[in-house]
Design a protein around this ligand. Structure first.
Ligand SMILES: [Zn+2]
Length: 328
């Protein structure tokens, strides 16, 4: 557990504490209890340590005291969930992992490494041939998480990791809610490709021109974010690889979707941020959906207000060359 409830020895509640706020000196200063106030599970602090021939540091964590148990049905009882759903999930180093087998991003390097080779395990995971089951689409993942935890926003998901092709993605670092669209910009401009795949909550509001490759595109509602030191209206654009995906988006227009993608902000848009030229304009971030598995409608309650009441029609794409007919 990354966080627990801290109590003094008279049972007085002191607040939620993170494992990183505890040190060797203070580890015995408080009692550590499950985040569920109804639950009686007690924890102790475990300091960080090095593993894998000292190349990797394992974060400090809170481990359950074997003498105490979670209450029945406690959302923080990952051991129970992992044993009940051992087909798709497992525990490792005190963390809860869900095996997924849909592309985290749409980039070709998600299936083929940019440099060198994948290990056999990664290759088998990529083609879904590990002999282990996994969650095959975002839609199934949403059903699983809502079924186990009640909501995609349950604080227990802070301890969830997605396991894809032998890589682990902390849930708290890949899920991007509308009120944190800065992460889309950050992911689009990230240097480390591993860090740049995200799950984003978006709301498509209307179709825009197809791109030059003939792919349908949908403008999504914007949210304000601070990117590159400037306040910008960041508006995702969904690019649908095929017409089935486009139809799925059209069928829930103005609704809310979860998509997994690798965001892309073209240089000409990035260079404009903070300039007078960008005033009153949306900054578009493209999310390319190549596979149905990468997109699913979710409940509208996941959309964080304010949803812009009035959208500005300021479609700002490179002009189509006059010689090329506009694709329909
Ligand atoms: Zn508990």
């Amino acid at each position: 557990m990354k966080k627990v409830r801290a109590l003094d020895f008279d049972g007085e509640y002191l607040g939620v504490i993170s494992s990183k706020e505890v040190s060797e000196e203070t580890r015995y200063a408080k009692q550590y209890c499950c985040l569920d106030p109804e639950c009686g599970a007690k924890f102790h602090w475990k300091k960080s340590y090095k593993r894998d021939e000292n190349t990797r540091e394992v974060d400090p964590t809170f481990a359950r005291n074997p003498s105490s148990e979670h209450r029945e049905g406690c959302a923080y009882d990952y051991e129970a969930i992992a044993s009940y759903r051992s087909d798709v999930s497992f525990m490792k180093e005190g963390k809860y992992f869900l095996r997924i087998n849909f592309p985290m991003g749409s980039h070709f390097t998600d299936k083929n490494p940019r440099h060198g080779r994948f290990t056999r395990i990664q290759r088998e995971a990529a083609i879904g041939n590990t002999g282990k089951k996994s969650v095959g689409s975002l839609e199934v993942m949403v059903k699983f998480l809502e079924g186990q935890f009640g909501s995609l926003e349950h604080p227990a998901l802070d301890n969830l990791y997605l396991d894809y092709q032998g890589r682990s993605y902390p849930w708290s670092e890949v899920i991007t809610e509308p009120d944190n669209y800065k992460r889309i910009y950050d992911a689009a401009t990230a240097i480390d490709e591993k860090e740049s795949s995200i799950l984003a909550v978006v709301s498509p509001i209307y179709a825009i021109d197809r791109n030059r490759a003939g792919k349908a595109r949908f403008q999504c509602a914007y949210q304000f974010a601070t990117a590159a030191g400037h306040r910008v209206r960041l508006a995702p654009v969904l690019v649908a690889e095929n017409d089935e995906i486009a139809a799925k988006i059209r069928s829930n227009m103005r609704g809310t979707f979860l998509v997994s993608a690798r965001p892309f902000v073209p240089d000409f848009i990035q260079n404009r941020i903070g300039t007078p030229d960008n005033k009153g304009r949306n900054t578009q971030a493209y999310l390319h959906i190549i596979d149905q598995k990468q997109i699913t409608p979710i409940d509208d309650s996941y959309w964080k207000e304010p949803k812009p009441a009035q959208m500005t029609l300021d479609l700002d794409f490179p002009a189509q060359p006059a010689s090329k007919p506009k694709m329909k």
